[in-house]
Every structure is written in C-alpha cells, then in structure tokens.
Design a protein around this ligand. Structure first.
Ligand code: PFF
Ligand code: NA
Length: 460
C-alpha cells in the first residue's frame, strides 16, 4: 500500500506544531547549553571549538534530527517499536533496532550524572535566595562552590531532590502541566540570559569574552576538542537517544519537519551562545580561568548576581529557570526506559518511573562522590586515553563522545543507505523535493563521513 495506508493507528498527537517545538526545545535546552557548553568551550580554548561545534550542528545535527523525527512520525510508536515496524515494512534486518536499544541505554546513563548537576542548580536556588552571593568576592563565590562539592551528603540530597522531580513528572505521563510551563519558562530563561549578557556588556570585558568565543585559534582545539565538539552537538540537541524519534511519533502530518528541526536547533544554539556571552566577560573581568571545568557557571554568574541591584532575586530566578530547563531535559532522558518497561514488561508507569529513578540515583552516587571522596578514582586508569578521567568525566565522555556519535552514525547510515528512500520521502519532501534531495545528500555523505573521520582521527 501507499505510505499513508501503512501508517499506524496513532496515539495522542501534539496539539500543534508549537506544542511539538516546545517539547523538543524543552528536551534540547538544558544543562548542556548553560552548564556544559561554556565549560567545554573554556577547556578547549574557545573560538575554534565554537566554530567546529556550529559546523557539527549545521551539517550533522540538523540532518540527523530530521531523520529521527521523520522515523518517529513514520513509525508512530516508541523508538524501539517504531524501528521494528519500519524494518518489517521495508524488509530490512531486525538488527537495526539496536539503534533504539543503545539509545535507551545512553539516555539512562546520562540521567545518572545529569541529575547530580541538576542537583547543583537546585542547591543554588537556595543559596541565591538566601543572599549568599551578595557582595561576595570571586574567592568567596569559588569557596561556596567548593564547599558544595566537598560535601557528599549535600550533593546526594540535592541529586535526590532533582531525581524526585524527574520521577514525579514521568510517573504521571509527560503532563500537560509541564508542557504548558515550558511555554512560559523558556521565554523567561531567554529574557534573564539577555539581562545577564547586558550586564556582561557593561562589565568592560565584553570584547575579550567575544574574542574568546568567536576568534578561532586552531592550535588550541586539538584532536580531542573536535571529538568533544561533535559529541556535544549530539548531546545538546538530544540526538542519538531515540528522544526525537519518540517526540516525532506525536507530530501531526502536514507540519514541516525541516522547519521544525531548524527552529529547535537555532533556539538551542542561541541559548548556548548567550550563556557563553554572559559568562566569559565575567571570567575576564574577575581574573578567572576559562578552563575552570564543570564549576564554571557556578563560579561566574553568582558574581554578577552579587553585584547587581536585586541580585538575590535575579539569582534565585535564574537558578529556578535553570532547574526547569534541566527538568524538561531529564524527563526526556527517563521517559524512553519507562515507556519500554510499560510496553514490554507490563510494569505500571508509576512503579517503572520510581524504580528506574532509584536505580539512576544509586548509580549517580558514584558521579557525586567523584567530586570529593572518590576524586582520585580512575576506573579506566590502565588506558592512557582515560588515565586522567574520574568517574564523572568518564561517564560523560563515554556517553557524549562515544555512544551518541556512534548511534548517530548508525542512524545516518540506516536512514541514508539502508532504508528505501520512499519510506521517509513522504515525511521530508517539500516544495519540489529540493529539501529531500539536500537532506539525502547530507545524511548519505556528509554526516556519516564527518562522524567517521572524527573517530578515525581520534583513534590514530
Ligand atoms: N539536550 C539536553 C541538554 O542540552 O541539556 C541534554 C539531553 C536531554 C541529552 C535529553 C539527551 C537527551 F535525550
Ligand atoms: Na541543549
């Protein structure tokens, strides 16, 4: 039959293109933009890293996001079943469903440490609200942060609070409530970031920050930096984990996947760049190090809050919004596993969410302790490549820099080379088919070759 005869009975759909954009943006915009992007940019030396990252978003991220959303809309089910259905229909090997499995595993592993960092953000709501930043020197702000990291009990408590928030939403089914909240909170986050960029503009060190972010010096990025930029493109757009397949399954026909994928990616990238523009001028204004690592946001922005009028209020608002951004992302990390437990194992949603959340919390303890008691543990220390990586760094590296690009590569090869073109053509063709042809060229040649080249380079 034709494509539409074969379309499955659909479950609920997003009420509109906007609702899908909100949910997908909610998943994409998170700690990756405001916490991770600035600190890895700092570690890999700035401009050249940013340029490679932007290129990865444009020629690898967007085409793969389009592929995932198109697969999802075509299959109309959870990622694993969507893959199975399409494979059956197109007469392809069932082994490609492995893409779905690896994605679920990667999402779960990421959740274990994502929640630890989400916990830092929750802790900072309380600190900001309590006036802890007001008038503090950069040493005082740095001491606040190292105090938090040095306390295993506090870290585990906030990690637990954040995980509980995540479980509460997923247990109810991704609710109208959170979806609606996203539509207010995302714009609010945007506004507060603009205020911070304005503050940075006034700090007198804006041009230095600008230069750090945008003037590329390729001698600084190194081989590892290119892989990190690629991995971060996947991480920040929530790709390689089946999340966009799942969200695509709710997308009504007639909505342009191309336009949607481009808008989500542009919003995600804008938030990351704004965060960079807010943070790096402060780094220079206060004599800090761009390469301060995972604590960078927590050591810089509070300085601004400590100095501006109504800073306590602004600071608390900012960290509340950061928690929300992280929250709408973490539910999309937990959802795939819970959906699978529900569909395939007949576990009730509430129980599945709680059980998965508890296991993720327990595994996350290792990441939390790697900032204090287990700071010297090097699980893969016997391999030169991992000799300097503690538990948190290692998990982050293995998921973002290896698993996601590998699943992404498999997705590109699958969508570009294995699947009959007609399967996705109906989802992606627009105008006179120019978009589909451009997408097909990117997904067959550019994305897989680029990912493979980066891997190859890193092995050599
Ligand atoms: N994209 C999120 C961020 O940038 O914070 C992180 C994330 C969420 C990654 C969901 C993957 C995912 F499936
Ligand atoms: Na992101």
């Amino acid at each position: 039959g034709s494509a539409s005869d074969a379309a499955p009975v659909r479950h609920a759909q997003w009420s509109s293109r906007l609702a899908f954009i909100l949910a997908a943006t909610g998943s994409a915009v998170g700690l990756g933009n405001i916490w991770k992007f600035p600190y890895i940019t700092g570690e890999y030396g700035g401009g050249a890293f940013v340029l490679v990252y932007l290129a990865c978003i444009a020629v690898i991220g967007i085409p793969i996001m389009m592929a995932e959303v198109a697969l999802g809309r075509r299959g109309g089910q959870s990622p694993i079943n969507t893959m199975r259905r399409i494979l059956r229909e197109d007469g392809r090997s069932r082994h490609w469903a492995l893409i779905g499995w690896l994605g679920v595993a990667a999402a779960f592993l990421i959740l274990t440490f994502y929640s630890v960092i989400g916990g830092w953000a929750v802790a900072y709501v309380v600190r900001a609200g309590g006036g802890a930043f007001s008038g503090a020197s950069s040493d005082g702000i740095a001491a606040l942060f190292s105090g938090l990291l040095a306390s295993p009990g506090e870290l585990l408590f906030w990690h637990g609070v954040f995980m509980a928030l995540t479980v509460a939403v997923v247990a109810r089914g991704v609710s109208g409530g959170l979806e609606r909240a996203t539509s207010i909170l995302m714009p609010a986050l945007f506004v507060i970031l603009l205020v911070l960029v304005g503050y940075a503009l006034a700090s007198g060190h804006f041009s230095q920050g600008l230069r750090f972010l945008f003037s590329p010096d390729f001698s600084k990025i190194g081989v590892g930096g290119v892989l990190a930029a690629l991995g971060h493109a996947f991480f920040t757009l929530s790709l390689g984990m089946g999340v966009m397949i799942a969200y695509g399954s709710y997308l009504p026909r007639g909505v342009s996947i191309t336009r949607t994928a481009v808008s989500v990616s542009v919003m995600d990238t804008t938030v990351a760049l704004l965060a960079g523009l807010a943070i790096f001028p402060l780094v220079y204004a206060n004599g800090l190090e761009p390469s301060a690592g995972p604590g960078l946001v927590f050591k810089t922005l509070p300085l601004a809050f400590g100095q501006m009028p109504l800073g306590g209020l602004f600071g608390a608002a900012f960290f509340v919004l950061l928690v929300f951004a992280a929250w709408t992302s973490s539910i999309s990390l937990l959802e795939p596993l819970v959906e699978w437990l529900e569909e395939h194992r007949g576990v009730r949603r509430g129980i599945a969410a709680a059980a998965a959340g508890i296991v993720a919390w327990v595994i996350g303890i290792a990441s939390a302790l790697s900032f204090n008691l287990w700071a010297d543990v090097r699980p893969l220390g016997m391999f030169a490549a991992f000799a300097d990586k503690g538990i948190f760094d290692l998990l982050d590296y293995l998921t973002a820099n290896l698993m996601l690009p590998l699943v992404g590569l498999a997705t590109a090869v699958f969508a570009g080379w294995v699947l009959s073109p007609r399967i996705l053509e109906g989802e992606l063709s627009e105008g006179r088919g120019h978009v589909f042809r451009l997408w097909r060229f990117l997904i067959r040649w550019v994305s897989p070759v680029a990912v493979a080249a980066v891997f190859w380079h890193n092995l050599g």
